[in-house]
Ligand binder design. Structure first.
Ligand SMILES: [Cu+2]
Length: 144
């Protein structure tokens, strides 16, 4: 059996321990008490980087002109072009970006690409469509 003095000592140490534990817990650096960041938070910066500006335009090919015939975008823009072709079959040939989209007469067509270099780039009709075909040119201007 425990003697009264030993019992008192035991009770005192238990009481003391109850006070000490929260103090020790509070003394820990706050970083360890923080929950780990959620996965969504960590993924946020990558999503922001992936979001490139988008420019959507309608481009009409007609004997023998493009409407519009000048397109101006910022570097890194994703260009989304919807074509319409009247009068004859044409094609949208933008060699600097390796693009040649057939534009069958009275049909629609679509192309998407990223304007990833600065400069002025000529596009033209890449399909013989008549006397005015060589004049059927346009310009893509990509600025920083
Ligand atoms: Cu042509």
């Amino acid at each position: 059996m425990w003697s009264p003095s030993l019992l008192r000592l035991f009770c005192a140490s238990v009481v003391l321990a109850c006070f000490l534990v929260p103090v020790v817990a509070d003394g820990q650096p706050p970083a360890e008490k923080k929950p780990p960041p959620a996965q969504g938070e960590a993924a946020q910066p990558e999503q922001e980087q992936a979001e490139a500006p988008v420019k959507q335009i309608k481009l009409t090919a007609q004997n023998w002109k493009w409407t519009p015939n000048v397109v101006r975008v910022k570097l890194g823009t994703r260009l989304v072009i919807d074509f319409q072709s009247w009068d004859a079959s044409h094609s949208f040939e933008l060699k600097a970006f390796g693009i040649d989209v057939p534009l069958p007469q009275d049909k629609t067509a679509h192309v998407e690409f990223v304007a990833d270099k600065v400069g002025k780039f000529k596009w033209r009709c890449g399909r013989p469509c008549g006397d005015g075909c060589p004049k059927m040119v346009g310009k893509l201007i990509v600025e920083e």
